[in-house]
Design a binder for this molecule. Structure first.
Ligand code: HEM
Length: 381
């Protein structure tokens, strides 16, 4: 097997972990041939980059991807907390981070309901598509989207996601974005109220003096953020169960829970393998001087396997003590949906296991969705 030559290639490589171990062993910010960005791969450097005030989430001259500019998709992108560092977005983030934990019970209940709907009689060939639909069905429902629009909403999220990376997909992505925002608007205006989660977000944003115009984009943003990442977590967990039959035995002996497996899968095979940061001015980060305009690829999946923070990092230990997981980011842009993601993924995995589906074919060769940052099951090869 030819090893990957850069962190973007590694995302969909059959086994990127020896390559990540080599990046991690180099330590500090460094570069590899024929690849422009700087690389952060060991835990200390990843932490330093993600907590540095100099490392921003968007390139200085491109707050919105240029091909999305002046479209509904670009307007949404430009108002997401994920894509902004400056005021007032930290206040919007604050509201999200305050409200999401309060809807945990509803997420668990809806997660089980939608998992029963999607995974009771799954075909292995439909699993990748269903795992992508699943977080949109759960969160769309909690946002008050009518049940009969959830399938189309999942397709709309897919169209938006495609439009971020692909200029040819922008017209479709823009139309899909308008429909998603339309559904969120209708939910907010519905009487009787359609979504206590949306109401709670609106109320909290007012309390923390966040601009209310950011409510609907960031409500739709929850579907977007959750989409591939949660599907990836369900896939990583099922793959672990398929490839390590002993895990199933540990589960049936009650030595660990499905949630333990999901949490360790998040560390061991991070669905979000990397994220990026951009320098707006010359600065020193992790002891390295970086020029204005520099890009840093932060390899979360490599940091998860840094033996300095997780001893014997290649072992899959559902009850791992003092686990350090970089999968959900850290610092100002850390994922506020981590607990929700684990709860949803656990509900999906439980339901697939209960269905009796034979996962063995997953232990052979699988394909991954084309991506430079997310490792998401594409199908069986
Ligand atoms: C396995 C599932 C998930 C993974 C691996 C994941 C991972 C991440 C990561 C790595 C970031 C930080 C990106 C960066 O700093 O560059 C992030 C941000 C974010 N995530 Fe998640 N996420 C997951 C699920 C979810 C879910 C279910 C939600 C919502 C319910 C969510 C909402 C968000 C939001 C709003 C942000 C932006 C935070 C900010 O920029 O301040 N995520 N996520």
């Amino acid at each position: 097997m030819t090893p990957p030559t850069n962190p973007y290639q590694a995302v969909t490589h059959a086994d990127p972990y020896p390559y990540y171990a080599a990046l991690c062993a180099r330590g500090g910010l460094h570069r590899v041939p024929d690849f422009e960005p700087w690389i952060a791969a060991d835990a200390a450097t990843v932490q330093a980059v993600l907590t540095s005030e100099h490392c921003r989430v968007r390139p200085p001259l491109e707050p919105v991807p240029s091909h999305q500019r002046d479209t509904a998709a670009g307007a949404l992108f430009g108002q997401l907390v994920r894509q902004n560092d400056a005021a007032p977005y930290p206040r919007v983030k604050q509201a999200l981070a305050d409200v999401l934990p309060t809807v945990m019970q509803a997420v668990a209940t809806e997660g089980h309901r939608q998992a029963a709907r999607l995974f009771s009689k799954p075909l292995l060939s439909r699993l990748p598509e269903r795992t992508l639909h699943f977080p949109v069905f759960v969160l769309g429902s909690l946002l008050g989207f009518p049940e009969d629009t959830l399938e189309e909403s999942a397709q709309d999220v897919e169209a938006y996601v495609r439009s971020v990376a692909n200029p040819a997909a922008v017209p479709e992505g823009a139309a899909a974005t308008a429909r998603l925002v339309g559904r969120a608007t209708a939910s907010l205006q519905a009487r009787p109220r359609a979504s206590s989660m949306l109401d709670a977000l609106a109320e909290r944003m007012q309390q923390v003096e966040a601009p209310i115009e950011a409510l609907l984009p960031n409500a739709v943003g929850l579907l977007i953020q959750a989409y591939e990442a949660t599907a990836g977590l369900v896939g990583a967990s099922l793959l672990a169960l398929a490839r390590m039959p002993d895990l199933g035995e540990q589960l049936s002996r009650g030595e660990c829970s499905v949630e333990d497996v999901v949490r360790e899968a998040a560390r061991h095979a991070s669905p979000v393998q990397n994220t990026r940061r951009f320098l707006h001015s010359r600065a020193t980060v992790a002891g390295q001087t970086l020029e204005a305009g520099a890009t840093v690829v932060v390899v979360l999946a490599a940091a998860n396997r840094d033996s300095l923070v997780n001893p014997q990092p290649d072992l899959f230990l559902p009850r791992r003590a003092a686990r350090r997981t970089f999968t959900f980011g850290l610092g100002a842009h850390a994922c506020p949906g981590q607990t929700l993601a684990v709860t949803m993924a656990s509900a999906a995995v439980e339901r697939v296991l209960a269905s009796g589906l034979d996962l063995t074919p997953l232990s052979r060769s699988v394909t991954w969705r084309p991506s430079t940052n997310a490792r998401i099951l594409g199908g069986l090869s």
